[in-house]
Each structure stands twice: as structure tokens, then as C-alpha cells.
Design a protein around this ligand. Sequence first.
Ligand SMILES: Nc1ncnc2c1ncn2[C@@H]1O[C@H](COP(=O)(O)OP(=O)(O)O)[C@@H](O)[C@H]1O
Ligand SMILES: [Mg+2]
Length: 295
Amino acid sequence: MNAIEIKGLRKSYGGFLALRGIDLEVEDGEIFALLGPNGAGKTTLIRILAEGLGYDSGEIRIFGRKLSKKTARFIGYVPQESISYELLTVEENLKFYADLYDAPKERIYELIERFALPRKKRAKELSGGFRRRLNLAISLLYDPKILILDEPSTGLDVPSRRELWELILEFRREGKTILLATHYMEEAEALADRIAVMDEGKIIALGTADELKALVGEGSVIMIEGFLRGLEKLKGKFRLVEKDGTARIHVKNSKESLPGIVETLVKSGSEIRLMKIEEPTLEDVFLKLTGRGLE
Ligand SMILES: Nc1ncnc2c1ncn2[C@@H]1O[C@H](COP(=O)(O)OP(=O)(O)O)[C@@H](O)[C@H]1O
Ligand SMILES: [Mg+2]
């Protein structure tokens, strides 16, 4: 069963149409990313799911049930802004929200331990990374099956971002379904099983990162340097450009083609010194679809 099902979702602010008919299915247990530039409608979509923001028309189901107060418990939500109280300690923040959500108190101490949170520190003393983790802990108090994250790593330094990504991958291993919004293609690519590319209130492409890249016909280039023999055997199969002991081989999918290419060259007596794969990026995909960059 799908964790989230959205059909024909439209939402306007005054006269402005922010979501222009969204169709989307998020499978149980996957990490699904909404990738798009600022203003694409990602936060609007998330707020409808996680905050009960009203919408004009469309159908939304959470594990088969209509989105409602009753389905709210399935969803944990980490908004882009911090939701912790600056003057309260980590523990006090968690207690406050545990009361609000009627969550078991033991959960507070499990989460403090799991996220290595400094129990007695006030929220305002926390670094960006720890503040994000506190928000994550708050969203997990009632152990939701679905976790929704809005721009989870925006504003974090590289190490905190990596740590957060590790946590998100861990949640999936535990069987949670994760929907995240991001304008960083690296984030979508590092985490998501499937990605919906959004622009101006619409989904303009949807699939795995590999599928999206294939969709716009951007292949990879495998660059091989060395004493190369057997290139003529590859020439029938691939577009191959050879210059100064370097071969550039254009392939649709590098993962599929690489083993065969290496085998052919090595069996023909080549000595490979260096190999590099130039992959197209999701930025290329977005550029091709919209004529603009992601940021
Ligand atoms: N509360 C609001 N009132 C009016 N317009 C809004 C409001 N929230 C968002 N918008 C507009 O809706 C569009 C989508 O915004 P948003 O959902 O925040 O996109 P994203 O999260 O992808 O950056 C933008 O053009 C934004 O200006
Ligand atoms: Mg947003």
C-alpha cells in the first residue's frame, strides 16, 4: 500500500495558483524527494500534508485513508524553521511537546540518547546541527510511520549535513517512509529512492535519479587513460573518441556498460592507468526541462 497518495491537488493563495494539479504516490518505506527551486510549491505541498493547510481541490490519502485529523498521527514533521523554544532546555522542549502530543515520557530519554542531545542545554545554545536534531527528535515523539522534512539540511555545515543524511537513511532502514523537500540536487541524489522534480506548482518529471537522467537523454562519459588495446571492438557499440592515449566513451548508463568495457580492454591487452566517469547531474536534467538552473 502507498504511504501517501495525492491526486489532482490544487492550492491557491488569493488569486495565485501555487499548486497546479499534483499527482503523486509515495510508497511505504521509501525516501521520496521533492526537488525544485524556491517558489516551486514544495513547502505548500508539505504544509497541506503535515499542517492541515487547506487546499482548493484534489484527493489525499495516507495509508489508504483520507487525510484528516485521524491520519495526523501517522505523520511526523520537521518544518524548515526551528520549532523548539529558545529558553527551554533540550529535555524541557521534549517534555513540552510530549505533553502536547500525549507521547510516552520514556520516549524523551530514548530520543535524547539516540541523537546524543545535550539534555540540559538550552535550545538557543545549540549549534545548527543539534538544533535540527532536536526538531527531528520532537517530530519522532509519537513514532510516526511517515516523516516529512522541509529542506532538512539548509543552513547546515557539511559535517552536520552528512550526519543528518545518515540519520535519515537509518530511519528508512527502520521501515519509515520519508518525504523530503529540497533544492539541493546532491541531497535528493544522496538520499532519495525516487525524486519528483517540481517547478511552478507542477511536477515536471518523476523517477529514480538514473531514470531522470536517462529521460533527458544525457548519458555518461567514461574516460579511460593508458596503453589501450581493443578500442575498435568498442567502436561498434559506443560513440568513442580517442586522443593522446585517452578514450572518451559515451554510454547511456555507466553502471551497466563499465564492466563490459573494462573486460574488453583488459582481455585485448590494455594497461589502464586512470578511469573517470563523468555523470550528468540532476541540475542538467532541470536545465534541460526548464531552461533554468535549480538555484
Ligand atoms: N502564505 C502564502 N501567501 C501567499 N503566497 C504564498 C504563501 N506561501 C507561499 N506562497 C507562494 O507560493 C509559491 C510556492 O511557495 P512554496 O510552497 O513556499 O515553494 P517552495 O517551498 O518550493 O520554495 C511561491 O510563489 C510563494 O511565493
Ligand atoms: Mg520551501
